[in-house]
Design a protein around this ligand. Structure first.
Ligand SMILES: C[S@@+](CC[C@H](N)C(=O)[O-])C[C@H]1O[C@@H](n2cnc3c(N)ncnc32)[C@H](O)[C@@H]1O
Length: 324
């Protein structure tokens, strides 16, 4: 597991042996500095902070919007096998487990997986793995896959969706919940106030360009601690899903349920919040790409007008258009 040091250098993270150098011993060479892979997007460094934020049952967004919405779309049945991709500290795994589902949670962060294990029933299986390559998980081993508030934190979606298609049985469901890519674009969108019309509006400064944006977790106290967010336009998600054989069946847009404190702008703020969704949810179904295409009952081809005329039997009593 790779970890960024406090000074911002990257290095292979292993606990250092305790105690100083023995007198007379050769000075120890500095530990090798191994660059953290540029696409390592694990939340290992912010694991304790994220665990405290989410807690046992989830943040208020998890509890009020994301978990109930994802469960409704996923519609898991008892004993079904469900994978929670980029599961973090296991908040959704625990919600699934309560429904009698056989749950597996996967995340790239060792620390979040160990927190997930400490918070969950031992019957939930947790694995540290990269969502883009989950060799430990069997082909067609799951009835459904969920990925909540995480696909936008993973570098490149093509390999993730290919892995989803590999581990889903044909007809299996994938549910993604994403910060809405049309309205919640880090550093490129935000609320504004129109004084003349007395309304709150959402401005979007950039949308079609894909972007990798660092997000400071503690801008004041520890500006160096960041996570990565990858902005992609909605079409990029749908195109990548289709390329993996995952056909979008449902798209939903969920607003925030927060309410402004009473005040001059409260009504306008609440209206804007209700109108402009915070989350996008997509449900896709895995089609078996290896299966032959379904045979469509073929309609007899309709001949063109001229051909129809040519085929029409000649009337025996004379030329076609002759009136009696
Ligand atoms: C915002 S957290 C969401 C976690 C969880 N789904 C939840 O709702 O609380 C994003 C998660 O994505 C994980 N992640 C980022 N890149 C990943 C990758 N390539 N493979 C697996 N997990 C990854 C992070 O470690 C982090 O736990």
């Amino acid at each position: 597991m790779w970890k960024r040091s406090a000074r911002g250098r990257t290095q292979n993270w292993k606990p250092r042996p305790r105690g100083g150098a023995r007198p007379g011993a050769e000075p120890r060479p500095p530990p090798p500095v191994v660059p953290r892979p540029a696409d390592d997007t694990s939340w290992d460094e912010v694991a304790s902070w994220y665990d405290a934020l989410v807690g046992e049952k989830g943040s208020s967004y998890h509890r009020d919007i994301v978990i109930p919405g994802a469960l409704r779309l996923l519609a898991p049945r008892p004993k079904e096998s469900v994978l929670d991709l980029a599961c973090g500290q296991g908040v959704f795994c625990r919600a699934l487990h309560k429904l009698g589902v056989a749950v597996t949670g996967v995340d790239a962060s060792e620390r979040l997986i160990s927190l997930a294990r400490s918070r969950s029933s031992p019957t939930i299986r947790y694995e540290v793995a990269d969502a883009r390559s989950m060799a430990a998980l069997p082909r067609q081993g799951f009835d459904a896959v969920a990925c909540l508030l995480a696909i936008e934190n993973i570098d490149s979606v093509g390999p993730v969706f290919a892995e989803c298609a590999r581990v889903l049985r044909p007809g299996g469901r994938l549910v993604l919940v994403i910060m809405h890519p049309c309205f919640r674009i880090p550093r490129q969108s935000g609320w504004g106030w129109d004084e003349g019309r007395q309304l709150q509006f959402r401005r979007v400064d950039s949308y079609l360009s894909e972007m990798k944006v660092p997000i400071q977790v503690h801008p004041g106290s520890d500006p160096g601690q960041i996570t990565w967010t990858f902005h992609r336009p909605l079409a990029a998600y749908v195109k990548a899903l289709a390329s993996a054989g995952l056909l979008v069946q449902t798209l939903e847009e969920w607003p925030s349920t927060r309410v402004s404190q009473p005040g001059l702008r409260a009504q306008a703020e609440n209206r804007a919040r209700d109108e402009i969704p915070m989350f996008l949810a997509l449900k896709a179904v895995s089609i078996d790409a290896s299966a032959p295409p379904p045979t469509q009952p073929r309609e007899p081809s309709r001949p063109s007008g001229r051909a129809r005329m040519a085929r029409r039997p000649r009337r025996k009593d004379g030329p076609r258009n002759k009136k009696k």
